[in-house]
Design a protein around this ligand. Structure first.
Ligand code: RIB
Length: 312
């Protein structure tokens, strides 16, 4: 690849998925039909979403030197993702997510981080150094270690490359990175938690969740908050919140919908779209993605996103 437009820094997992009538409560066992194995991890999922949306994508992260890691990399390459920034580490297993999906498409996820927790700041800095001059957007998510997250955001900022920071999950290092001006993409809960973490809050503004305005003030950049079945809202400095409605969707599995949003958003920004246009494409893609079980199964390609975008 000579011109990667989107660089994704984040986790790579294999997802073991059980579809059951409902999610188990604490101490409870539910029995589903069987176990499905899917590619997962918020970084890898977003990389696939961006690639299917038409971007050149390089992924930076780590897998273990095991069969699971080899299969994960082969699957990513088959989806057109450049995995040359993925370290293959001995002595740690590839990340695994245990997922239960219920009849309404809701999920419950527990992640064994494995190699994702071993991604170093040095690895991220080295991997980014080679590609940042050609990158249009760096997308970072927080299922990897804090030092690696910080290295990614700081490197993008130093190179003047737009950075999208998906604080999923919200971890303390995110608060220290706001001054670098990333585009934040929390969901409504993460938005509240993040605002509380930086000791800032603001009342809900119409559809904008509590804390969104305060985060914009900290970053000086747009914040796009995903609202699940209600679409997304985006606001930038000095702007009124702008609501982006979802498509009417058949919901079988919401796993990876946020990753789809982030990958397609990053692809749009890298291609030169303005933030509202990129949020619209991300929201439409996320709506399409939930119709199938598996984080990546329903992720749409560029033509399907374009066909589903509302006219005007
Ligand atoms: O966002 C969905 C992802 O979260 C899953 O693919 C799972 O691997 C966890 O990382």
């Amino acid at each position: 690849m000579t011109a990667p437009a989107v660089v994704v820094v984040g986790a790579i997992n294999v997802d073991l998925v059980v579809a059951a009538a409902r999610l188990p409560g604490p101490g409870e066992t539910v029995v589903g039909g069987g176990v499905q194995r899917h590619g997962g991890g918020k970084g890898a999922n977003a990389a696939v979403a961006a690639a299917r949306a038409g971007a050149d994508v390089r992924l930076v992260g780590a897998v273990g030197a095991d069969d699971t890691g080899a299969a994960a990399l082969a699957e990513l390459r088959a989806d057109g993702v450049d995995t040359s920034g993925v370290a293959v580490l001995s002595g740690v297993p590839t990340g695994v997510a245990l997922i239960v999906v219920d009849d309404h498409g809701e999920n419950q996820i527990a992640v064994g981080a494995g190699a994702n927790a071993a991604v170093t700041a040095e690895h991220v800095r080295d991997a980014l150094r080679a590609v940042l001059p050609r990158a249009g957007c760096v997308l970072v998510s927080t299922e990897i270690g804090a030092a690696a997250v910080a290295a990614a955001v700081e490197s993008a900022s130093a190179a003047g490359v737009r950075c999208v920071l998906n604080p999923a999950p919200v971890v303390p290092v995110v608060a220290q990175l706001l001054a670098h001006g990333p585009v934040l993409t929390p969901n409504a809960t993460e938005c509240r938690h993040l605002a509380a973490l930086v000791d800032a809050d603001s009342p809900p503004e119409g559809i904008a969740p509590r804390g969104a305005r305060a985060l914009v003030a900290r970053t000086g950049a747009p914040v796009a908050v995903t609202l699940g079945g209600d679409g997304a809202v985006v606001l930038g400095p000095g702007e009124d919140p702008h609501h982006v409605p979802p498509l009417t969707a058949t919901v079988r599995d919401t796993t990876g919908a946020g990753d789809t949003f982030n990958g397609v958003l990053a692809a749009g920004l890298a291609a030169g779209d303005d933030i509202r246009t990129a949020v619209r494409a991300g929201t439409v893609a996320a709506s399409l993605s939930v119709a199938h079980v598996g984080a990546r199964t329903g992720m749409p390609r560029a033509a399907a996103i374009a066909a589903a975008l509302p006219v005007g």
